[in-house]
Design a protein around this ligand. Structure first.
Ligand code: NOJ
Length: 565
């Protein structure tokens, strides 16, 4: 046997072990489906499970590894499914358990992973558990966070100053039980009490129920809020915020967020999921991160979350951010991810204005390009693949409780409806989302031209760019490559990845002006590189070559280049 062959044979077992150990989500894109808005199969104007099943080929064509679905469980829909009245059954709006099984079976046949939304912090006030808790029926009596009123001069007050994320006191009086209950969100979403052993087990059983039905993991809602400090002390006020009384950001939430017990709980769920058959399950935890709170986000990794959502592209950066702001935010996350874990980049979700609004419609592809070239998992939201935009909705059309709470003058500042309007499949009735002309949220009028069908065969469309980006993310040319985030002058951000001799580089123009760049010098690039893709507006054919010494990036343009290796 030649020496090379001996070496190859010796390496074989190592190579096999390595590929067997790679988790299915690593260096892939995961897609969020908002079920009310994805596809309506029965013409009631609201999306449903059979609708999602009928569109799984679309996700397959995108080549995402899996998709997470916002809640589909029995719910009075005060918070559109995030108020759950039965954790182990499907809401009739969306279909039945049988429909769910059909969805899972089809996803499996397409090799797409199914991730459910697990909402552990609260239930609906219509959940039988809450109704029994009100009546102090055991063991439900302590399933929720109940406290006596604080009496001041004979007047009843909430037990402390804790606030709801959705504004105002986090405590609501229950006349029947004669106590206050705590809710971090709306009063119709009472917080569950994980100090009750029966509740603790009941929620773990929910994970078992769905893994038994073939799901591949969970996105965990509002994880940071799950435990509260048992001393129920007032939280300190943040001085001079200028915000109105009762605004959530007026307090420093040291007793109601990221408590130590929360990490222990996540770790217990991790172990539980690892003990379930059917392959490795993903845990994606929802915790909003600022640069200051990075360490607490990192603790979710070591507790057992595979994807503690990195929301920096959503909450820390916007169209006023400079390349330096981006570099700080990106390096801030990359440099601190614990060894053995992957970074992740969330582009959009159902709680925030779309990237097309946050950065401007011409810059939407740029953000996905970043999520694609940076190491780790990219998380996108339905419609990102076609550059969908927020929809302006009037006060009368507003249904989101957060928008409604803000009132007719200010609803548009907080409402989450604009980013939740129906998926734009084609230019037929209701954008092909529903046969019904009336849909739960109005379809964006731009659907006549901005829709999937119009983009499928256009090689410069958002869709075609996106598909190339998904391929790039999974390509061996950037897997395990080194990463450098480089400021290329005042207005251009660069990312350079190098694996062996192959260099992949992204350049993003932050300004709506043409900017000349000396890319070769600034980013240490070979003189001649191949264009992998440009953004949707900058139509240069992929595969053509470019001299990197000096070239112009058009207004809001971006480009990914690759060396031949
Ligand atoms: C976070 C979810 O993403 C949001 O939509 C919901 O309103 C709150 N958690 C409460 O469940």
């Amino acid at each position: 046997m030649s020496r090379k062959l001996v070496l190859l044979v010796a390496l074989l077992p190592i190579i096999q072990v390595y590929s067997a150990n790679v988790n299915w989500w690593e260096d892939t894109f995961i897609y969020q489906v908002y079920p009310r808005s994805f596809k309506d199969s029965n013409g009631d104007g609201i999306g449903d499970l059979n609708g999602i099943t009928s569109k799984l080929e679309h996700l397959k064509a995108l080549n995402v590894s899996g998709f997470w679905i916002s809640p589909i469980f029995v719910s009075p829909m005060v918070d559109f499914g995030y108020d759950i009245a039965n954790f182990t059954d499907i809401d009739p709006t969306f279909g039945t358990l049988k429909d769910f099984s059909a969805l899972v079976a089809k996803a499996k046949s397409l090799n797409l992973k199914v991730i459910l939304d697990f909402v552990p912090n609260h239930s609906s006030d219509k959940h039988p558990w809450f109704q029994k808790s009100i009546q102090r029926i055991k063991p439900f009596d302590d399933y929720y966070v109940w406290r006596d009123a604080k009496m001041v001069n004979g007047t009843r007050h909430p037990p402390n100053n804790w606030l709801s994320v959705f504004h105002g006191s986090g405590w609501t009086w229950n006349e029947q039980r004669k106590q206050y209950y705590f809710h971090q969100f709306t009063p119709q979403q009472p917080d569950l009490n994980y100090r009750s052993p029966a509740l603790y087990q009941a929620m773990k059983d929910v994970l078992t129920f769905w893994t038994d039905r073939g799901v591949d993991g969970f996105r965990v809602d509002a994880i940071i809020h799950v435990f509260e400090d048992a001393r129920f002390l007032d939280e300190p006020a943040i001085p001079n915020t200028g915000l109105p009384v009762g605004h959530y950001e007026t307090l420093n939430h040291i007793y109601t967020r990221n408590q130590n017990e929360t990490y222990t709980l996540v770790n217990d769920w991790r172990k539980h999921l690892d003990s379930r058959p059917g392959g490795k399950k993903i845990l994606m935890t929802e915790s909003y991160t600022g640069l200051q709170t990075l360490p607490s986000s990192m603790k979710y990794y070591t507790a057992g979350a595979d994807v503690p959502f990195n929301f920096m592209l959503i909450s820390n950066l916007n169209n006023r951010s400079t390349p330096l702001d981006f570099k700080r935010a990106i390096d801030g996350w990359l440099n601190i991810v614990p060894a053995g874990y992957q970074a992740n980049w969330v582009v959009d979700n159902h709680d925030n204005n779309r990237a097309t609004t946050r950065f401007g419609r011409k810059r939407a592809d740029q953000i996905i390009m970043l999520a694609a070239i940076l190491p780790g998992v990219g998380v996108i939201y339905y419609g990102n693949e076609i550059g969908m935009e927020d929809t302006w909705l009037s006060w009368n059309e507003t249904v989101d409780p957060v928008g409604c709470n803000a009132g007719p003058e200010k609803y548009y500042l907080t409402s989450r409806d604009p980013e939740r309007t129906p998926m734009q499949w084609n230019n037929s009735t209701s954008a092909g989302f529903s046969t019904n002309k009336t849909t739960w949220l109005r379809v964006n009028p731009n659907y006549k031209t901005l829709n999937l069908a119009a983009q499928l065969n256009d090689k410069y469309s958002h869709y075609s760019v996106f598909k190339r980006l998904v391929d790039l993310k999974m390509s061996s040319k950037i897997k395990n490559a080194s990463t450098e985030v480089i400021i290329v002058g005042e207005h251009v951000l660069g990312v350079r990845r190098k694996s062996g001799n192959v260099i992949t580089a992204l350049l993003i123009n932050f300004r709506d002006l043409t900017i000349p760049v000396y890319a070769a010098g600034w980013m240490n690039l070979p003189e001649i590189m191949t264009i992998y893709t440009t953004n949707h507006e900058w139509m240069i054919p992929p595969g053509s070559t470019l001299n990197t010494t000096l070239f112009n990036i058009p207004p809001s343009g971006s480009i990914i280049l690759q060396s031949n290796g």
